[in-house]
Ligand binder design. Structure first.
Ligand code: C2O
Ligand code: CU
Ligand code: CU
Length: 514
């Protein structure tokens, strides 16, 4: 159903290599081993503020500047990191086990990336502000990292994560209003993996055979520093999308990984600001997808390629047993991403990919008590430059319009007249994609009537599980069904292209207690 890679990508409004940037294709590929982020270590038990008799594991992750080598031939690059690495340490969590995380801001007073002071949240506020969100986490509203709950260097916030959810790869990242794209670009993110006994018992590859692959693109200066281009208009540095030509996985540019000829489980995250990936192995190797954003699929799916929008995750099992001695490149459409070097060793592999993983009961449309029609809007200058993006024609500061009742189910219908695919994310819930349908935007805009140009198509097999981020394709109507099984309070929903999110493509919403 996709019209090729173009239809899946955000439109490239800017050239990806600018004159004062390093051409990353001149960097030798596959010279650095893939780093594995450390596992976050708890510094003991602490009482829960809400029930002081309960003591739970407590973590402290501080955001600090670091200088790290991201490629063999580059000098150290200045990044901002949680817990000393980019990506930050992985939080290992278990369903039903609560924890506390103190997110500390130990950054300098000055930002090193171009803030646009016209944007909401940036205007009149300190340069350096952070607030951390656990993407995909079902968490109380006051621990969700509300974009306006940011705090300055020297301050911290301790969040409570109850983990009332099934196993999945979540990720934490900055969410500070108006500078989110810059803070994440600087490096403020990491993985959080939720597990449970049921998943442990499946016999999937684990331990050193289960590896997170967090992929993100960056532009670099000739000196190997982060480069975030500006629009060229004085005092209006915002650009509509950032596309870099250096592909980093777990913090190294074009790394390699030595693997044994056996099965591996890869937890893949697209941590890019705006880039969509279309991943495949250059030798055509097939692999299994076993999970989506929010956990396991009912059954493994055999694939040769997979598309991933910003913030989406896929859980993959790759079997290298027929590739002894081979060097296999994992590639995107235009770019090499990383290389796997398969040893010739004889190994025994007792891991399995069971034919049944975890049931994903399909939510019936009849369960929805409400349907919301929500447009995705992009505004241009006369010259055709994007200047603003809105959700349903509303700015961030306008009153809340989406207010689902706690535990009720709703259908959200995203109407996308723009030329871009927008990956739409709702905080604190998981949902299922119902379908997509081509429509005629002009008719809808004039008369608020749908003229459909084709049948409803079900989600792609690789997105037919629990999701928290869904691609709303250009000139299509995308419907998702959402049980609002979370806590009452204020959350947000937004486009996960970070440049869009920072320029008003984000709205508060409120889960209303029954
Ligand atoms: Cu990745 Cu508002 O989230
Ligand atoms: Cu989120
Ligand atoms: Cu968008």
């Amino acid at each position: 159903m996709f019209g090729g890679p173009r239809a899946l990508s955000a439109m490239s409004h800017t050239m990806s290599v600018q004159p004062n940037s390093l051409n990353a294709s001149t960097l030798a590929p596959f010279v650095d081993p893939l780093p594995i982020p450390p596992v976050a270590k708890s510094s003991g038990l602490r009482p829960l503020p809400s029930s002081p008799k309960t003591k739970v594991p407590y973590y402290r992750l501080a955001a600090q500047p670091i200088d790290v080598k991201i490629h063999r031939d580059l000098k150290p690059t200045r990044l901002w990191a949680f817990g000393g690495s980019v990506p930050g340490p992985t939080l290992e969590l278990r369903s039903g086990e609560e924890s506390l995380v103190e997110w500390a801001n130990e950054l300098p007073q000055q930002h090193f990336l171009p803030i646009d002071y016209r944007l909401h949240g940036a205007k009149g506020n300190p340069e350096v502000r952070i607030v951390t969100h656990l993407h995909g986490g079902i968490v109380p509203s006051d621990s969700d990292g509300y974009p306006e709950d940011w705090y300055v260097p020297g301050k911290s916030l301790t969040y409570h994560y109850p983990i009332v959810q099934e196993p999945a790869m979540l990720w934490y990242h900055d969410h500070a209003m108006g500078i989110n794209r810059l803070n994440i670009y600087a490096g403020l993110f990491g993985a959080a993996i939720v597990r449970d006994k049921v998943e442990d018992a499946l016999g999937l590859p684990d331990g050193k055979y289960e590896i997170p692959l967090m992929i993100f693109d960056r532009m670099l200066t000739p000196e190997g520093q982060l480069y975030y281009p500006v629009s060229g208009k004085p005092n209006e540095p915002w650009i509509p999308e950032l596309f870099g030509d250096a592909m980093l996985v777990n913090g190294k540019v074009f790394p390699y990984l030595e693997v044994e000829p056996r099965k591996y489980r890869f937890r893949v995250l697209n941590a890019s600001n705006a880039r969509f990936y279309h991943l495949s192995f250059a030798n055509g190797l097939e692999f299994y997808q076993i999970g989506t954003d929010q956990g396991l699929l009912p059954a493994p799916l055999k694939l040769k390629k997979i598309a991933l929008a910003p913030a989406e995750r896929v859980d993959l099992v790759v079997d290298f047993s027929d590739c002894r001695g081979e060097q296999i490149v994992l590639k995107d459409v235009e770019y090499k991403v990383m290389q796997f070097r398969v040893s010739r060793d004889k190994v025994s592999d007792s891991s399995t990919v069971p034919s049944q993983l975890r049931p994903v009961p399909k939510i019936a449309e009849s369960e929805a008590v409400k349907t919301r029609l929500l447009t995705l809007d992009e505004y241009f200058t006369l010259k055709g430059e994007t200047v603003l993006l809105l959700l349903n024609g509303s700015y961030w500061h306008e009153p809340i319009s989406e207010n689902p009742v706690q535990n009720s189910t709703e259908i959200w219908t995203f109407i996308n007249p723009t030329d871009d695919t927008h990956p739409i994310h709702l905080h604190t819930v998981r949902f299922q994609i119902l379908d997509r349908q081509n429509y005629e935007p002009m008719t809808y805009q004039m008369k608020k009537e749908f003229r459909f140009l084709g049948p409803r198509t079900p989600p792609e097999p690789y997105e037919a599980g629990w999701k928290d981020t869904a691609m709303a394709h250009s000139k299509m109507v995308t419907r998702i069904i959402v049980p609002f099984k979370s806590y009452p309070g204020r959350y947000v929903w937004h486009c996960h292209i970070l440049e869009h999110e920072d320029n008003e493509m984000m709205r508060p919403y409120e889960i209303v207690a029954k």
